[in-house]
Write a protein that binds this ligand. Structure first.
Ligand code: SF4
Length: 358
């Protein structure tokens, strides 16, 4: 059953289209010091390798803004400058050639400052994301709508939206993040019915590891399943590459995108005859750069193993001290248990290359 998506206007963040029926893009944010160009470039390259399509960087001061041009020259994916309060940082980021801004126009000073930023963004065709966060709502919005509520978040977003619209600027997307899933769900649902701007989905401060990924998957996944959302960011404490992995897993599980390796690995049990966890970990790590959608199965024994491994594009089923490698349902060869990960990775790369050529 396919999801009917909310119609939205389309904007472009550099080479990536967002909204208007474009594929739902996966974003992340660096956690390096933006002023440290080498470390930030390395992290952006790791993110891009994992499939990240847009990356956001914090720009807390002029030194960070000055680093943006050098960063931009060394990376291939669109970058968004995250600005709070200081309109001069927004102007510096635009001058550095960023592909998007994340700023709330109501928080950068008076109308003159908003106008200066909007004029420059419009001239450069750079979109702005208005990012409302439940944790930093304006007092007036809370007072008018009974505290930190979905209505207060929507009112805050509409206020920022109007500031841009009053300047004839419509090149924007909106986020309404909260750490509580029910709150963000309600806020996005309310706003989705009131504007046609693309929506950037996320659960903020989701946490780390499994807990954070699950929370994000529930919040983002429910909205996507309702057709709401044009670009997503999973926020996790830790290595941002995991955000990208989680983002694609969410899209894949709803049938909205099929990028990269879908890993099918058994949970293991007392019958397991090979190191499923170790092999799965290596396969996932080594094959992050493979964009081709392929199913890869790793099964621990002969009970369900061969069946699952056969249904995958490439699979391996464990036996005593060996693994039986399958490709498109056919046994390819037996490999020693210690060679399973390497053999599987080679086979997947070969298949991906062949499919891309053919
Ligand atoms: Fe256990 Fe084998 Fe099933 Fe894995 S495939 S969970 S090892 S029975």
């Amino acid at each position: 059953m396919s999801i009917s998506r909310r119609p939205s206007r389309q904007i472009r963040v550099g080479k990536v289209a967002v909204g208007g029926g474009a594929p739902i893009s996966v974003q992340s944010m660096t956690n390096t010091d933006t002023r440290d160009v080498a470390a930030t470039v390395t992290q952006i390259q790791r993110l891009a390798r994992a499939g990240c399509e847009i990356v956001r960087l914090a720009v807390p001061d002029q030194e960070a803004a000055a680093a943006l041009a050098r960063l931009k020259a060394q990376v291939d994916i669109p970058i968004i400058a995250d600005i709070h309060f200081d309109y001069r940082l927004a102007l510096a980021a635009l001058a550095a050639g960023v592909d998007g801004l994340r700023l709330n126009p109501g928080n950068i000073g008076g109308p003159g400052r908003v106008k200066a930023v909007v004029k420059e963004a419009a001239a450069r065709r750079v979109p702005i994301r208005i990012g409302v966060n439940a944790g930093s709502l304006e007092k007036e919005a809370m007072a008018a709508h009974g505290g930190v509520t979905a209505a207060a978040m929507v009112a805050s977003a509409l206020k920022h939206i109007r500031l841009l619209e009053d300047l004839d600027f419509y090149d924007m997307k909106i986020s309404l993040k909260a750490a509580e899933v029910p709150l963000m769900l309600e806020a996005y649902r309310q706003l989705a019915g009131q504007v046609d701007y693309p929506l950037h989905l996320g659960v903020t401060e989701a946490g780390r590891g499994v807990e954070g990924a699950v929370k994000s998957a529930v919040g983002i996944g429910i909205l996507l399943n309702e057709g709401i959302g044009d670009t997503i960011r999973v926020s996790l404490t830790g290595d941002p590459v995991q955000e990208v992995v989680a983002g694609f897993a969410i899209l894949r599980s709803l049938g909205l995108r099929r990028r990269g390796i879908e890993l099918i690995s058994c949970p293991t049990c007392g019958r397991c005859q090979v190191d499923v966890e170790g092999v799965a970990g290596r396969v996932q790590q080594d094959l992050q750069d493979v964009a081709r959608p392929l199913k890869v199965a790793i099964m621990g024994c002969a009970v369900n193993g061969p069946g699952e491994a056969r249904q995958a594009d490439v699979g391996v089923a464990g036996g005593p001290g060996f693994g039986l490698l399958f490709r498109h349902g056919r046994p390819v060869r037996k490999v020693k248990a210690e060679d399973m990960a390497r053999a599987l990775i080679e086979e997947v790369r070969r298949l991906a290359a062949e499919e891309e050529e053919g």
